[in-house]
Design a protein around this ligand. Sequence first.
Ligand code: C2O
Ligand code: CU
Length: 486
Amino acid sequence: MSKRTGRLIALGVALAVLAPLGYLWATSLVPNDYSAAEMGYADYGGGPDSGGHAHKGGGHAHHGGTSVADLTGPRTGTPDVDVTLTARKATYQLASGETVDGYTLNGTSPGPLIRAQVGDLVQVTLVNDNVPDGATLHWHGIDVPNAEDGVAGVTQDAVPIGGTHVYRFLADQAGTYWYHSHQVSSELVKGGLFGTIVIGPQTPGEVIAAIHTYDGKRTINGRTGTQQVDLPAGTTARVRVINTDNAILRVGLIGTQSRVVAVDGRNVNNPTPVTAAFPLAAGARVDLEAVVPPGGMRLVAGSAALSLGIGSGSAPSGELPAETVDLLTYGAAAPLGFDPAAADRNFEYRIGRRPGFLDGRPGLWWTINGKKFPDVPMYMVAEGDVVRMTISNTSGQAHPMHLHGHHAVVLSRNGVAASGSPWWVDTLEVGNDETYEIAFVADNPGLWMDHCHNLPHATEGLMTHLMYVGVTTPYRIGGPAGNEPE
Ligand code: C2O
Ligand code: CU
């Protein structure tokens, strides 16, 4: 074999290896500027592809119908709650004194508590003082009209330095919620660009506990270690616990029995007293109610090292019990208000993982129905549809799945039907090798994110949308505004 032939063979072998890799690399590139409405492929879940409600069958597709930008909250009327939040990139002190490089709202992290009563018109003006990436505010768990949802590149442009954005919505469901940037959320939320929002009356026994990890320091309301809230014995305490981190955390009250009275801003029907801990998914909230005993009680977040004594004087100390509340059977069944058996759409959201390229980067990436971002299914619905979705996970890790704009009810887990209180969620922990069936009514038109709230996972492709037929968005991911929702 001549030297030349040898070189040609070597070249041929190299090409045989590199060309497919190059192809995979090139086809994985995500455009610098694209519309979330044109992402991936439409999955109609067995329903029609027209704008009409599935029950009415057929009909003509009317595309180019409603713009996300027009799906606003009330544009007129004097707000009952009127708050301005100024976002800053800053080096700041936690309430317990540690220094953090991150982000604040009105100089603190967590940002200010926003309190509204049911029926209030809420107006929040976001001002970006100096956050280089830009910022938005998403109302996690509040099913606001789509234009108020705060997702950069989907429902608005990221607010640049010097810019402002006004959010207006009716507070129509009492509950515990939080807000956070949905521009570069994986970085900005971790750095502190979030706060709490509670809808409903402030009772004398209200305790709010937002759990967040700053630079590896886990905190409750921005304080590391143990702390104390004074409440007289006999007070009915309602402890609103919010997990703003990326991983599930067991929380609970020790020193007494408590009742799980609400989950993700929805009341639990007939909650029984428990001592078991509650598994609080990333992004999720739980309201625990208990009468403060004479010796006090203590909220434990993960371990006794991070806890909040509640009562007068010293509260008991100790770790959480090993038992865990299971919402599949907790509380008592009650009517759902719709019939999941009469579903208009049936979707599958199968979470997997495989090696390959994502936007040109080699790695091990999440997949949805076997597809890698951005070639993922777009779940298409029409207003009024009853929607069922089966979420399964064989990816090797757990994922707290968050659907914007809607609350869904859990029908079953691993084939076992839910038998307790209706289990309404906006954020559902789907463990590895678990399968959940959920259902909801498509009653909030728009283009809604449906993603993992372990936020780095969303940047790794575990992100898609629920889309109402006929809705369009003028906003672009990337583009001049630099929109980067994850
Ligand atoms: Cu709390 Cu899409 O987010
Ligand atoms: Cu995940």
